[in-house]
Design a protein around this ligand. Structure first.
Ligand code: PMP
Length: 337
């Protein structure tokens, strides 16, 4: 038995029980390990869905150029699909992203333009603005716009949600997901709530992002916005893919806790996961008092640790930020708060 090309291997990722990291909280905690996708992240799922929908709608034509602002993981999915389907890729990203992520995009032949992080989205230098300008200037270009393109949510409604439901035999009680574009939580969460409206959907947000405040007050508060380190989650605007009606609660996690917990996942569970997995586990521990013994919690591990070798898996990086001195007993420290 073989696959006809690498894109056919996307999805059907393993669900793995955590045995050490979460033993102080009640319930069974299962990690959905998305690193087995060919681009080593969950974003492969939505990348091929956005491309397929754009092809069907006539927006993406043979030999066309895909232009997107991406922090790396969506770019990987798009770049791999572009290799197989014969498209060119130009990505804009920010100088906050891991060098490993940017180099990985270039490995697949994509052109990557690095833009400054600390400018407003409307600023002509922002990675949103640069990709919009290129979309107008490059002939036969198509911009997926992962933030507002609802094919993103739909991919998780059609794939990720049903996989989780089947893998837990319908026993899932809580879904815990880092929220960036919102596609993962909105699509998987919507599917699961249609199956069982009692399922709790918890979004993990970062300090410096607008999501939690908006959910709780309905106010888009610019004062919530400031630079932060955690990659892949939180935003300074409201993407259309964030369905606030599906999400029951947002939990904010600090950069330090997210970084240190990412390391704990490797050390305690043998799973080499990315920064948002650490944020999600830290957030879950913060919420742990709400869980009961019979609960079945699914936490999404969006991407692979190899993308963070220069960051939380690097002791100099931790030391420079003063994180290293608190590394011992991260879980215990969070639980005691
Ligand atoms: N974690 C990582 C590492 C990501 O790249 C992303 C995508 N920005 C997310 C979490 C959030 O996923 P989503 O965009 O589906 O909300």
């Amino acid at each position: 038995m073989w696959y006809n090309n690498i894109l056919e291997t996307i999805g059907n990722t393993p669900l793995v029980k955590l045995n050490q990291l979460t033993k102080e909280i009640r319930g069974t905690v299962l990690a959905k390990i998305e690193t087995t996708n060919p681009g080593n992240s969950i974003k492969d799922r939505m990348a091929i869905k956005m491309i397929a929908d754009a092809e069907a709608a006539g927006l993406l034509k043979p030999g066309g150029t895909i232009i997107e602002g991406t922090s790396g993981n969506t770019g990987m999915g798009l770049a791999i699909a572009a290799v197989i389907k014969g498209y060119k890729c130009i990505f804009t990203t920010t100088d906050k992203q891991s060098k490993e992520k940017i180099d990985a995009l270039r490995a697949f032949g994509a052109e990557v333009i690095v833009c400054p992080t600390n400018v407003e989205p409307e600023d002509p230098r922002s990675y949103y603005s640069v990709s919009s300008r290129l979309e107008r200037e490059v002939p036969n270009a198509w911009k997926p716009n992962q933030y507002d393109n609802l094919s993103n949510t739909q991919a998780h409604y059609e794939q990720t949600g049903p996989e989780i439901w089947e893998q837990t035999e319908g026993k899932i009680t809580h879904l815990v997901v880092g929220v960036g574009t919102g596609g993962t939580i909105s699509g998987a969460g919507k599917y699961l709530k249609e199956k069982n409206p009692a399922i709790n959907v918890w979004g993990i947000d970062s300090y410096g992002s607008v999501f939690k405040k908006y959910k709780e007050t309905g106010v888009f508060d610019k004062n919530e916005i400031y630079p932060y380190i955690t990659e892949g989650i939180g935003e300074d605007f409201l993407p259309k893919n964030v369905d606030f009606g599906v999400i029951d609660h947002f939990e904010k996690v600090s950069d330090k806790d997210a970084a240190l917990m990412t390391r704990e996942i490797a050390r305690k569970e043998g799973i080499f996961a990315g920064n948002s997995a650490g944020a999600a586990i830290a957030g879950l521990l913060q919420m742990g008092h709400l869980l009961k013994e019979e609960d079945v919690v699914v936490v999404i591990f969006h991407d692979h640790g190899s993308r963070y070798m220069g960051k939380m898996y690097n002791e100099d990086w931790l030391r420079e930020r003063g994180f290293l001195k608190d590394e011992k007993l991260t879980a215990e420290r969070i639980l005691k708060r």
